[in-house]
Design a protein around this ligand. Structure first.
Ligand SMILES: Nc1ncnc2c1ncn2[C@@H]1O[C@H](COP(=O)(O)OP(=O)(O)O)[C@@H](O)[C@H]1O
Ligand SMILES: [Mg+2]
Length: 779
């Protein structure tokens, strides 16, 4: 039943094949070009027309030797020979049966080999083979359907094959396999084995096909989508053009797209912004929302997402700049330089935030500006005075009509760099109400753990604030929300002495104002005495703000003169000052012109520095009741009670008559009632006024005092002494009574102030009265 011819040994020309393998029962065209191969075919044509086809192991070998050719091949009949132009031949061959080379006979004109039939072991048709055959046929059908490279008729002819070996051969010949795989099929003597190979190969090929198919689908989908979008966009453009809208809108979108490219956005921002742009593109421009989206994009793209300035960490230069901008302030400058030094050493370190604390006009804001200048960074200032709404810091959600971004990001936009020095001015002036707590939003701004993803409700994309150097300012640390204060390094700046102010005026404020008003140095000069008069009689402040205003107002008036006559040269002197500033606003000298009964000068500390205050006591016929007026706080009222109790207990020693003790009501008043006053530090002052009023002994007018009092007359320490001493000095007072325990604070008082004043340290009220009350009978 085998159709293979029974042939044991024969000699026959061989045609080595490159890259093809011919199976028995298959008909195939071969193009032959090599000389030896052509001779081999010519030789075969002369005889039996049969030739041995064996495949080369390497297709590129030109002159194959015995070992370059597989041993097992196929004996084929040459059906047709066509001579082609260029000396090649096209040969139609039909594979007949397998054979293997036994020996090589000649190598000369053509190769000839001795071969023997390579018999298949074809077992009888058993059930296993039957099953294998069916599987292979089924798989092949599927394969043909999937690959689409083999014509479907092939399947029909394959199904008709009954002989298992032949089935394997035919299918293998149709598959696109590599030569070693085909050779393996060819060399499989056992038909069962051969079918199994084909089965395996088919399974693998189908897997590959399936994968190919999936990849194809994916690629096509992607292409379809892009194409569709492109198509739609073109259509839309056409429609818009018809409507006369096209140009404006698409130019706008184009411009935005360009800006997106330039902005170098972080991934998250890029996605969100692109999405919004797509939205804008699809909106007709008449829609109100288009304006909203446009504004949003415009705004988001103007943020400094990746623009940055290079730090200049040159400490010598920084010091020079700080000195150039500000007189004195040694301590704050030193602290700032230390801070910068640390930043230089540890670039990544997230240091605490500097907080400059001090009365108004001492240069906190301008010091912040100076830090920026010395670092070579951009500077922005955001005032928190009166901020009470979280949305002011963080913005409104875009669902609100007229919603806006918060002030933090607005300032960043203004800075134009993502690492500016950012001054949060007057952080103690924030308030909290029902609209949310601005302090907690601010906390997120300042917290180095969170501020790299600061979220603004309007922007909706996290913004990185971690490279910003924040500096805060406040008048008093008491009003700074505690969690904020914990993150800050406080640098205190205290008020200036008269000498300081004079230096600041001469070296900084006058030159600055002269320049700002467009004046030349030859137009105006200030005498030192005139400046001192401005300090003493036109201002009363811890800082220099109002002095700067006075100087500015003089400059303004001189500028008017200069407009009329370019050669104006004005000398501002003590006598000409009234002409420019009007009458004196403050009286310099002791608070009270002469010693009085029941009136004592006290020292107070407020947010705007130290101040003096008079405490008056009057006795009115009555029943010993105590009245207090002048907006006094509870602590101060209690302090008054304590003072009164002490004075009563000492009535006899002080020469107070029993009638005075019982027959009079007592009225304590602290003038300038608009300013609320509180704290225990006026204790000894009130007690002194009481003692004076009740005993009839006047209080020395050149003395001011501060200290808390206990019921037993002990004097306890107080805070803010330096500011108080400066205020007393400003007011022309030359003696201060202060608690013994505040002795250490004397070190902080500037030397030139200390030299001109007398300080009396006390630990008991008796000492206070001894120093402050004039001797009986003097008045
Ligand atoms: N030590 C100083 N040297 C030079 N100018 C000063 C000094 N202190 C304050 N000024 C100037 O006084 C004005 C007010 O200062 P500012 O920074 O507004 O004070 P603050 O913020 O503390 O209220 C500014 O023009 C500032 O330059
Ligand atoms: Mg300020």
């Amino acid at each position: 039943m085998s159709q293979e011819k029974e042939l044991n040994y024969r000699e026959i020309p061989i045609l080595p094949l490159r890259g093809v393998l011919v199976f028995p029962y298959t008909i195939i065209h071969l193009d032959v070009g090599r000389k030896k191969s052509i001779s081999a075919i010519e030789e075969a044509m002369l005889g039996s027309k049969e030739i041995f086809l064996a495949t080369q192991k390497e297709a590129q070998t030109d002159e194959p030797d015995e070992e370059d050719i597989y041993e097992v091949g196929t004996v084929a009949e040459i059906r047709q020979v066509l001579k082609m132009p260029g000396g090649t031949m096209r040969v139609l061959v039909e594979g007949l049966y397998r054979a293997s080379i036994k020996k090589y006979i000649s190598h000369d004109a053509y190769m000839k080999v001795g071969i023997e039939e390579y018999k298949s072991e074809a077992p009888l048709k058993n059930a296993e083979i039957e099953a294998l055959m069916r599987t292979v046929v089924y798989q092949f059908e599927q394969y043909v359907r999937m690959s689409k490279k083999i014509p479907p008729e092939t399947v029909v002819s394959v199904v008709a094959i009954e002989e298992p070996g032949r089935l394997a051969d035919v299918i293998a010949s149709h598959l696109n396999l590599r030569i070693p795989e085909k050779q393996k099929v060819l060399e499989a003597r056992d038909v069962n084995q051969r079918l199994t190979y084909v089965c395996e190969i088919l399974a693998k090929e189908m897997e590959v096909l399936e994968l190919e198919r999936k990849i194809n689908i994916r690629v096509r989908k992607q292409m379809e989508k892009t194409q569709k979008e492109y198509y739609l966009r073109e259509q839309m453009k056409a429609i818009q053009k018809e409507l006369g809208e096209k140009d404006e809108r698409s130019a706008e979108v184009e411009e935005l797209r360009e800006r997106i490219q330039k902005a170098n956005l972080p991934k998250e921002a890029l996605e969100k912004i692109n999405k919004e742009l797509e939205r804008l593109e699809k909106m007709p421009s008449a829609v109100a929302e288009a304006v909203v989206v446009r504004n949003y994009l415009d705004w988001a793209l103007s943020l400094p997402w990746s623009t940055e300035t290079r730090d200049r960490l040159d400490l010598d230069l920084a010091e020079k700049i700080l000195d150039e901008d500000h007189y004195g302030l040694e301590k704050p400058k030193e602290r700032i330089l230390e801070y910068l030094a640390i930043r230089k050493l540890a670039k990544k370190m997230k240091g605490p935030i500097l907080c400059l604390v001090g009365p108004p006009g001492v240069g906190k804001t301008s010091l912040g500006k100076s830090v920026a200048r010395s670092l070579g960074r951009k500077f922005v200032r955001m005032s928190l005075g009166g901020v009470r709404d979280e949305a002011e810091i963080r913005g409104h959600r875009r669902t609100y009509v007229g919603s806006m971004p918060g002030r933090v990001l607005n300032s960043m936009k203004q800075a134009g760099s993502r690492n500016p020095v950012f001054l949060l001015d007057e952080i103690d002036k924030m308030t909290t109400d029902f609209r949310g707590d601005p302090a907690s939003a601010l906390l997120e701004v300042l917290d180095p753990e969170q501020n790299n993803t600061f979220s603004d409700h309007y922007l909706e994309i996290p913004f990185d604030l971690s490279k910003v150097m924040f500096i805060t300012t406040a008048n008093s640390i008491h009003n700074i929300p505690r969690p904020l204060l914990d993150r800050m390094e406080v640098i205190e700046i205290s008020g200036y002495t008269e000498e300081d102010k004079l230096h600041i005026a001469l070296g900084y404020l006058v030159p600055k104002q002269v320049k700002e008003h467009g004046l030349k140095d030859s137009n105006i000069t200030f005498s030192e005495k005139a400046l001192r008069k401005i300090i003493r009689e036109y201002t009363r402040e811890a800082g220099v703000r109002s002095m700067e205003r006075q100087i500015a107002s003089i400059c303004r008036k001189v500028a008017r003169q200069v407009v009329k006559d370019k050669n104006t040269s004005v000398n501002i002197t003590v006598s000409s000052i009234n002409k420019y500033l009007g009458a004196e606003k403050f009286r310099f000298g002791t608070a009270e012109k002469e010693s009085q009964i029941g009136v004592t000068t006290g020292l107070a500390w407020t947010e705007s520095g130290g101040d003096i205050l008079s405490i008056e006591v009057a006795l009115i016929k009555g029943k010993g009741r105590l009245t207090l007026t002048g907006k006094l706080g509870d602590v101060m009222k209690e302090s008054a009670q304590a003072g009164l109790t002490y004075v009563r207990s000492k009535a006899e020693e002080l020469g107070i008559s029993p009638e005075t003790l019982e027959g009079y009501d007592i009225h304590i008043h602290v003038p300038e009632g608009a300013i609320p006053k509180d704290g225990p530090s006026a204790g000894i002052t009130m007690a002194t006024s009481l003692a004076s009023a009740m005993s009839g002994r006047p209080v020395r007018n050149d003395v001011a005092m501060t200290g808390e009092i206990t019921l037993r007359g002990n004097v306890l320490p107080i805070g803010g002494f330096k500011e108080k001493a400066l205020a007393a000095h400003r007011a022309g007072i030359d003696t201060i009574i202060l608690p013994m325990e505040n002795k250490k604070d004397l070190d902080e008082v500037p030397a030139n102030v200390k030299r001109k004043m007398e300080f009396i340290l006390v630990s008991h009220m008796d000492e206070v009265l001894a120093a402050a009350l004039e001797k009986p009978g003097h008045a």
